[in-house]
Design a binder for this molecule. Structure first.
Ligand code: HEC
Length: 288
């Protein structure tokens, strides 16, 4: 029997060793890989948890944002509504302003027209006013003249008082022209009661005969009739002026005063004018 010799060839050993080493290495590698994968897995799990957590948070944020978005949307809607309302109000306002503007425009035009008309009327009135003013001026002049004339109209008494003795003069030298009027005044004053309607006398002296008791000048006759004579002359005024009887009639008595009864000196001058026309010196027949 041959000694049992190590018959396993060296290359088997080598291959076996290589295989063993390879297996050991592979096992090691596998373990390493597994550990690595394990670590990766646990990392992935934690990542997954984180992701889940993040997702949940994101969801919550998304919900929150959604709510905010909804609110914003509804606010925008409201704002839009408000805006629409405001816009339509503005449109209304603009159109009413437009209406107002056109109304004002037409008012302005009619005002301008009215103003022009008013101007024309004012001019017309001014013209009339000017005319009226000049008429008033003319009337005032006339009035002044009337007043002047009137100032000269006095009662016989005033005339006697303001005129020195001897200066009264009839404004009617042509006495026949006012005789008729004078006769009417003679009757109206009531002279006829004593001197007769024709002046031929009655209970008092006639003014038709040649005798002029105190004289026949204008001044004497005017004062005699105005002041009266004798005791019927207030304060004996006629006698005090120095008038004395120059002649005497069949009836001797005082004559009442007419200085206030006869309204104006003009009336008295007319009465005297009439008396002169009936005096005998004027008559064609039966002269003095
Ligand atoms: C109440 C009667 C009476 C009345 C009214 C009267 N007289 Fe006489 N008159 C006399 C008497 C009276 C005498 C004479 C006076 C004398 O002698 O003093 C007289 C004298 C006169 C004389 C002077 C006559 C002459 O011959 O000289 C005249 C003028 C006169 N009168 C005019 C008038 C006039 C005008 C009136 C009217 C306004 C009038 N008398 C009204 C009574 C009157």
């Amino acid at each position: 029997m041959p000694e049992r010799k190590n018959t396993i060839p060296i290359w088997v050993w080598i291959v076996g060793a290589v295989l063993v080493i390879g297996c050991i290495f592979a096992g090691y590698r596998t373990i390493e890989t597994r550990q690595h994968l394990e670590a990766v897995k646990s990392k992935l799990v934690s990542v997954k948890h984180l992701a889940a957590k993040t997702a949940a948070e994101s969801d919550a944020q998304i919900n929150e944002l959604q709510i905010k978005l909804d609110q914003a949307t509804s606010e925008i809607g409201q704002l839009r509504n408000n805006l629409d309302t405001a816009q339509s109000q503005l449109k209304e306002r603009a159109s009413s302003l437009e209406t107002m503007r056109s109304e004002l425009e037409s008012a302005k035009q009619s005002a301008a027209k009215t103003a022009a008309e008013a101007d024309a009327q004012i001019n017309e009135l001014q013209t009339k006013l000017d005319q009226a003013t000049s008429e008033i001026g003319q009337l005032r002049n006339k009035l002044d003249k009337v007043v002047e004339v009137h100032a000269e109209i006095m009662t016989p008494l005033e005339r006697v008082a303001s005129t020195p003795k001897g200066q009264l003069k009839s404004p009617y030298p042509d006495f026949a022209s006012v005789a008729e009027e004078g006769h009417r005044k003679y009757m109206a004053a009531g002279c006829n009661g004593c001197h007769g309607g024709g002046g031929g006398g009655g209970m008092a002296a006639p003014v038709t005969n040649p005798i002029w008791i105190y004289g026949d000048d204008d001044d004497t006759l005017f004062r005699l009739i105005t002041l009266g004579t004798g005791k019927l002359s207030p304060d004996d005024a006629f006698r005090k002026l120095g008038y004395k009887r120059k002649g005497s009639e069949f009836v001797v008595g005082p004559m009442p005063h007419f200085g206030k009864i006869i309204k104006t000196d003009d009336d008295l001058w007319k009465i005297i004018a009439w008396m002169r026309t009936v005096h005998c010196s004027r008559r064609v027949e039966d002269r003095c």
